[in-house]
Design a protein around this ligand. Structure first.
Ligand SMILES: Cc1cc2nc3c(=O)[nH]c(=O)nc-3n(C[C@H](O)[C@H](O)[C@H](O)COP(=O)(O)OP(=O)(O)OC[C@H]3O[C@@H](n4cnc5c(N)ncnc54)[C@H](O)[C@@H]3O)c2cc1C
Length: 317
C-alpha cells in the first residue's frame, strides 16, 4: 500500500521540513505495510535525495510555484492513480492551504498538528497538538483515506536510505485550479528561518532588559545562527512572537541550541527536544535546563556572552 507524501520544494530545493515529512511517511508505510511515494511538483535539482529518508518512489509533476488549488488537484490525481490511503504533509504554509482542499476532493479524514506516528493503525489513532499547543488530543481517524499534516519539527528527520525510482507523474493541474495565481512573494531577506535553522541562540528573562539583546544578536551573527526566545520575553514585548520557542510557540530541531537565561520550564523544553546539542548559560546551578544540557556554563549571561562571542570570533578568524 502506497503512502503519498507531498515533497515540497522552495525554488527547486528541498528543506528540512520536506525530509521530516518523508521520514514520517516511510515509517508510517512500514507500520501499515507499504512504501512511501513522494509527490514532487515543479523543477527540483535533487529528487534522488528523498531516497535517503525512505521514499522508494518519486512522482515528478510539472508546475513551479503551484498554488494551493493546483497542489491539491495534482495530489488527488496521484492518490487516485496509486490507490494511496494515507497522504502526509508537513505543516507549512502551502500544506495548510492544500491539505484541506485535498480532503474535500478525496472525501478524506484529516488530522493537523500531528506529533507522532499513529499509536494504533486499526483503529487509526494519532496524537496532535490542540489549542495552539497548550494540550494534546488523541484522535481516531475514520474513513478510507487519511491525510496527516505534521507539526513541524515534532517528529524529526530520520535517515533510512533506500533506492528511489523517479518517474514522471501522469496528470496536471487544470486551468480552473490555477485560475488564482500568486503573482509575487515578498521574502524576508537576510533572516535565518528559525524552523529550519541548524544553529539557534535563544534567550529568556535572565537577560533582564531588552536593551541587553544586542549581545545575543552579536553571538548569533558570529555563529550564523537564528535568534529565539522564551514565551514571557515575547509576551512582554522584548522580542517578536515569531521567535517564541516551546509548546505554544515554534518547535526547533537545530544541531546546536544555546539557551541563555532560560529556566528550562517543561513548556519551553517541549519545543527544543529535537535539538542535537544543547548549551545552557544560567546563573543558577539548580536551573532545570541544566538537566537537558550537553554543556553548561554557570555564570552571568551579561558577562559570559561577550566573552563567548570573542572566543568564537578568534577561533573563526
Ligand atoms: C500553558 C503554558 C504554555 C507555555 N508555553 C511556553 C512556551 O511555549 N515557551 C516558553 O518558553 N514558555 C512557555 N510557558 C511558560 C513557562 O512555563 C515558563 O514560565 C517560561 O518558559 C519561563 O521563561 P524564562 O525561562 O525566560 O524566565 P524565568 O522562569 O524567569 O527564568 C529566567 C532564568 O534566567 C536565569 N537568570 C537570571 N539572571 C541571569 C543572568 N544574569 N545570567 C544568566 N541566567 C540568568 C534564572 O536563574 C532563571 O533560570 C508556558 C506556560 C504555560 C502555563
Amino acid at each position: 500500500m502506497s503512502v503519498l507524501v507531498f515533497a515540497e520544494n522552495w525554488d527547486g530545493s528541498f528543506k528540512k521540513s520536506t525530509y521530516e515529512a518523508v521520514s514520517y511517511a516511510s515509517s508510517l508505510a512500514a507500520k501499515v505495510g507499504g512504501s512511501a511515494t513522494a509527490v514532487v511538483i515543479g523543477n527540483v535539482s535533487d529528487t534522488n535525495a528523498l531516497g535517503k529518508y525512505g521514499a522508494t518512489k518519486a512522482l515528478q509533476f510539472d508546475g513551479d510555484n503551484m498554488n494551493h488549488q493546483g497542489i491539491a488537484s495534482i495530489l488527488a490525481q496521484a492518490a487516485q492513480a496509486t490507490g494511496a490511503k494515507y497522504i502526509v504533509f508537513n505543516g507549512t504554509w502551502k500544506a495548510k492551504g492544500a491539505a484541506p482542499r485535498l480532503a474535500v476532493k478525496l472525501n478524506a479524514s484529516i488530522a493537523t498538528e500531528v506529533v507522532e506516528l499513529p499509536s494504533s493503525t486499526t483503529p487509526f489513532n494519532v496524537k496532535k497538538k490542540v489549542f495552539s499547543g497548550k494540550a494534546f488530543a488523541h484522535v481516531e481517524m475514520a474513513g478510507d483515506v487519511k491525510i496527516i499534516v505534521l507539526s513541524t519539527n515534532a517528529y524529526g528527520v530520520h535517515e533510512n536510505a533506500v533506492s528511489i525510482a523517479v518517474e514522471k507523474g501522469s496528470g496536471a493541474a487544470t486551468e480552473k485550479d490555477v485560475s488564482l495565481q500568486h503573482v509575487e512573494y515578498q521574502k524576508t531577506a537576510g533572516k535565518i528561518n528559525l524552523t529550519e535553522a541548524e544553529l539557534v541562540v535563544s534567550a529568556g528573562r535572565g537577560m533582564k532588559d531588552p536593551g541587553n539583546w544586542g549581545m545575543v544578536e552579536a553571538l548569533a551573527e558570529t555563529l550564523g545562527a537564528a535568534t529565539a526566545c522564551s514565551k514571557p520575553v515575547a509576551d512582554i514585548g522584548w522580542r517578536p512572537h515569531h521567535e517564541h520557542v516551546g509548546q505554544t510557540g515554534i518547535a526547533v530541531a537545530p544541531n546546536l541550541y544555546i539557551a541563555i537565561g532560560i529556566s528550562g520550564a517543561i513548556q519551553h523544553l517541549a519545543g527544543i527536544s529535537s535539538s542535537k546539542k544543547i548549551v545552557v548559560i544560567n546563573t543558577d546551578p539548580e536551573a532545570p535546563f541544566f538537566k537537558a544540557a550537553d554543556y553548561g556554563i554557570v555564570g552571568d549571561a551579561l558577562q559570559v556572552i561577550p566573552k563567548l562571542t570573542e572566543a568564537i570570533k578568534k577561533l573563526k578568524g
